[in-house]
Design a protein around this ligand. Sequence first.
Ligand SMILES: [Zn+2]
Length: 59
Amino acid sequence: MNPSATQQPRHPGDEAAPGTPGSGEDVCPVCSGCGKTPDGKACPNCGGTGRIVEGIGGG
Ligand SMILES: [Zn+2]
């Protein structure tokens, strides 16, 4: 019964929750979409997905 239980985990680079109206995915600016840092570790900004969710329109 907890609405938040169905939401996907948020990453530090996400500006909005996945599926949020007015938001969209974009390539992570930290890892350029590869999902890893130059050290070969999972990118902390996007959680290793290489993509982040950005808010659009500043709503
Ligand atoms: Zn990243």
